[in-house]
Structure formats: structure tokens, C-alpha cells
Design a binder for this molecule. Sequence first.
Ligand SMILES: [Zn+2]
Length: 258
Amino acid sequence: MFLKDLLPVPNLMNARKVLFIQPHPDDAEWGAGATIAALTGAGAEVVYVTVTDGSWGTTDPDVAPAELAATRRGEQVEAAAILGVQEIAWLDFPDGNVPAGGTPVLRDPLVSLIREYRPDAVMGPDPWLPYEAHPDHYNVGLAVAASVVFAGLEPPHRVKGLSAHSPAMLAMYSTARPNTFITVDATWEKKLAAIAAHKSQFSGPSWEMARFFLRVQAEELAARARAAGKAAADAALVETFKVLTPLHLHCNQGAEDW
Ligand SMILES: [Zn+2]
């Protein structure tokens, strides 16, 4: 008997209710858009939580941060709808200023949302991505992982009278240690359409470059998945995730290779 057989990795595509937590508007589409479309297409309900207002997402000195935040909110609603996501919660932390790690300032609202929505899968950025330099990404990732663990505990985080809820899995996107390979040939165009809805972020030559980057990345991941026997021989495009259960996420010396 191996530990991996004792605590197997759950199948992300079996999730029926998904709470998808992203640092900024567009991270969901960029990191997992085709998988989100596949999940909603298979009948899953996906709800987004956007942690920051996205007000730093420009190189144009003439764009006012508040105005950009409002624009990006509209773009996010449009992008989500393309992927079959109708509901978005906004935490409105200022862009670039997500509080460090698993602090209660961010963890408590996330625990409340997990208990309120009661998803079987929570999705967040992998906070253990080597060389990730954007603090909003690793800080949100750590807070999400901590919240998945704490949401199942009584009573330290009893907020708003909501009872404990332990999601079946945390699926981390933008990961360097994937254990889950989703073939996304059928929903790739939806992902691209959803990213393109973020017009303030993607337009002109930079969008052409981004499309190309994403395609090559998905092809490389597909080649890796096929070689490992984790995708069909004709799978062309793959998105990857590190999926763990709450039990995997604490004092687990083998988690890196699970
Ligand atoms: Zn981001």
C-alpha cells in the first residue's frame, strides 16, 4: 500500500460546484479558462471571487486607477459569461496590495465564502510556483490554501454563523508541479474569446503575442501529458493543475510529488 493510493488525487472534472478565486480580473481566463468552459459545459456551477480591483493593470499614465477598476469589472463580467460563469464576488482589495500570506484579513472572507457557497472544488493560484514575483499571486494562493483547510474546522473561524465545510479538493492553476492534465481542444476558442474580452489588458500586437504564447504552452503541456499517459494520443491542447485534498495540505512531506 502506498500513501498515494490511500489518499488519491480527486478528479477535477467530477466537481459540480466550483469556487474559483483569482487575484486580478483575467487570471481565471488566462490560467484555466478552457477548463472552466469544460466544467460549465459539463453542468458544473462555477462562481468567481476576484480579490483585487485590478486598478494597477496599465502602462498608460493617463488612465485613472478608479476608472480602470470600473472598466475591468465590466470586462470580467463579459469574460466570465463567455465561459458560462454568471456569479462573481468582488473583495476589492487594492491592486498590488494583497495582505501577506494566510492572514485573517483575507482568509476570513474566503472562509466565509467557502462556507456559504459550499463548493466541492476550490481553485486558486499555486502559491508555490517557483519564481512567481507578483505578491498578489502568491499571497492570494496562500490565503486560498489556508482557507480550504480552515473552512473545515470548528470553531476558530466561525463567521456569520456559517457551519464548517471541507471542500473535496483544492485545484491550483499556474502550477509547476501538475498532477492533473485537462485536454481542452474543444473549449480552447472560448478561452481565447474570454481573454480577449479583457480589452484593457489584451489588444493589438501584444494580444497576438499572448495568444501565440498560450497556444505553444498548451501544446507543450499536451506533449508532456501524452508522454506520461495522462492524455489521449490525439490531445493537442492541455491545461494543468495541482489538485490536493485538505488532508494533503498539512504536514504532508510527499505533497510536492503527489
Ligand atoms: Zn494576476
